[in-house]
Design a protein around this ligand. Sequence first.
Ligand code: C2E
Ligand code: CA
Ligand code: CA
Length: 631
Amino acid sequence: MAEANRPIVRGYVALAAVYYAIMTPVHFFALSGVSQLTMVLVASCAALVSAFAWKQTQQPLGSGRLEFTAAVVNTAVYGNVMAAIHTNYDPSDLIYFPMMALAFAFTSVTMRLAIASISVVLCTLFNELTAEFNGAGYAYFYIGFAAAISGLAFVVFLQRAIQAAIQAKEAAESRLVNAEDKLEEAELLSAAMHQRALTDSLTELPNRRAFFEFLNDWGVESDGSSKVWLIALDLDGFKMVNDVYGHIVGDELLKTVSKRMQEYCGPEASVSRIGGDEFNIILQGVEDEDACLVWCEALLEEVSKPYDVQSRLVQLSASIGCTELLRSQKTSFIIRNADFALLHAKKTGKNRVVVFTDEHQENAKERFKIEDALRSADFSREIKILFQPQVDLARNQVVRAEALARWDGPALGMVEPDRFIKIAEESGLISKITLAVLDAAITTLKGWEHPVPLAINLSGHDLLSNQVMDEIIQTLEVSELDPSLIEFEVTETAMMADTEKACDNLNRLSKLGFSVALDDFGTGYSNFNYLRELPIDKLKIDRSFVEDIGNPMTEKILHSLTVTANALGVNCLLEGVEDEIQLVMAKRVGAHAVQGYIFGKPMQSEKLIDMMGNHGEALDASDVTRVQSSF
Ligand code: C2E
Ligand code: CA
Ligand code: CA
C-alpha cells in the first residue's frame, strides 16, 4: 500500500519543492522588510524540506516513513500559509486554507494523517476568522470544510481503488507464481517419468531405450576425436542359475552382477541392461583394440568372481563381443557387429572376449544378408521340403523319409539348411520354419496314395516353447493324420537348456502317438540315464562316426551304441552311410536302419515315390544300385 501511495506523495513534494523554489525569489523581489525576510525564509525552508522529501521518496519507504514525509511537507506548506497570512493580512489569502485542505486530503498516505492535517487546517481557519479577520470571510470556512469533506471522500475512494488494484495485482501475481509452481512441478514429474522410462526397474541401470537414446545422441554429438567402443556382454549359464535356484535368486544375482559391473566401469564406461542377462557397455577413452581387450578381460574376471546371493555361493562367467563405434556406420550395423562378435564368443567356448575385426566382416555380411531375408520371408510359400529315405536293414525296405527343409526365397534363391537353420535359430525365427515344414509334410502325406511315414526336425526353440508346441499339436490334430506317419527328430543339445520342459513337450507328442528320434546321437552329452527318462523311440547315430570308418575304434563305439539302443529298447539308425563298405559295417554293428547317400540324397517327393518302387516293397540290391546310379 505504501508503495502505491509513494508516487502520489512524490508528485506532491516535487510540486511543493518547485513551487517554493519559485516563490522564494518572487517573495524576495515582491516584498520588503520583515515580511520579505519572513517569507523568503519560510519559502526557501519549504523548498529545501520538499526537495529533501522528494529525494527521500526516490526509494521505496515504509508506510510510516512515507506518512512522516508527507506530514513534514504538510507542515512546511502550512507554515508558509500562516506566514503569508500574518505578514500581509489580506482576506483573500484565506483561500489557501481550502486549497490546503484539498491538497492534504489528496496527498495523505493514511486516513489518520488526512484527518489530523485537515483538522489542523480547519481549526486554524476558524481561529483566523474569529481572531484576525473578525468574522469576515466565513464563506472560506464553508469552502474549506466542503473541500475537506470532498477531499476526504475522494481519498477514501482513491485508497479503496488502490487497495483493489493492489489485491488484483497480488492475486494475478500469486496465480502466476502458482502457475509457475505447477509448471515446475509438471516439469519435475515429466523428468521423473522420463527417467523411469529409461531405467531398468530391477537393476536400476539405464535400460534398452536409454541405450538407444545414448547411441543416437552419440551419433549427433561425437566429434570423433577419441575412440568409443560398444561392448555386448551376455552372462553364461544364467538360465541354469534361474532354473536351479529360482527367480528370486536369479533377480538378486542380476542386481549384484550389475552393481559389480557398474563399479568396475567407473566414469569411463556406462552399462545398460538390454534385457534378461544381456548388457551393453559404452567405453570411452581407450584408444586401441588391445587395450580394449585387456579392459574387457578384466571385466570378465570381475564378473566371474563368486557371488554370495541369499546365503548361496553362485559363480558364473560371461561372454563379450566388442566393436568400435564409428561415426561412418549406422548404429544398427554397429550393434549387429557387436552381437556377431558376442555370438562368436559364445560359440567358441564362452567366457571370452571377441573383438569384431575385418575378418569377421565377410561372415557377418553373409549372416546379416540371410537374417534380413529370413525376417521378410513368407515361409509358407518359400519353404520346400526334400525327402531322404531311411532304409530298414532287416527288411531291406524304405520305412520312413526325413523331411529336410530348403528355402527358396526371392532375395537369395535356393538356400541349403546349413546356411540358414542356425541363423533362424539364433534370431528366433526357426519355429516359423518348423511350422512351414510341418504344413508341407502334411500336405505331401495327404497327396500320397500310399503315404511314406516322415520324420520332421524340431529345434530347441520349438521344444522349449509351449506356445509353439501347442501350435504344432493343433496343426497335427486338425490334419487328422495317422500319428504313425510322423516322427519328430530332436537333438540332445536342443533339450539341454531345459530338459524338464523339453521332456514334458516330447511326452505330449508321444502320448498322441507320434514317435520321437534322438538326432545326431553321440555328438552331445549321451547321458544314458537321462535317456531312460525320455520318450525316445529311435537313436540316430551321427554321421561323423561313419565318416571315421578308418579308425578301428569306430566300429567298437558304433557297436556299443547299438547295444545301448537295444538295452533301452529303441531302434538304432546310422546316418551318413554313403557306400557299400559303410553299409556292411552298419549291418555288422547291429544298426536297425540306415540313412545316407547310398540310398539317396534328399530328393523330391516324386523321386521318393519312384524309389519306393512297388509302394515300399523290399528293396533288393538292384534297387540300391538303381537308386545310387540315379544320383
Ligand atoms: P540332419 O537333421 O542331421 O539331416 C541330415 C543331413 O545330413 C541332411 O543335410 C542330409 O542331406 C545330410 N546327409 C544325409 N545323408 C548323408 C550322407 O550320406 N553323406 C553326407 N555327407 N550327408 C548326408 P541337409 O538336408 O543339408 O540338412 C542339414 C541339417 O539342417 C540337418 O541335419 C538339420 O540339422 C537341419 N535341418 C534340415 N531341415 C530342417 C528342418 O526342417 N528343421 C530343422 N530344425 N532343421 C533342419
Ligand atoms: Ca534330422
Ligand atoms: Ca542328424
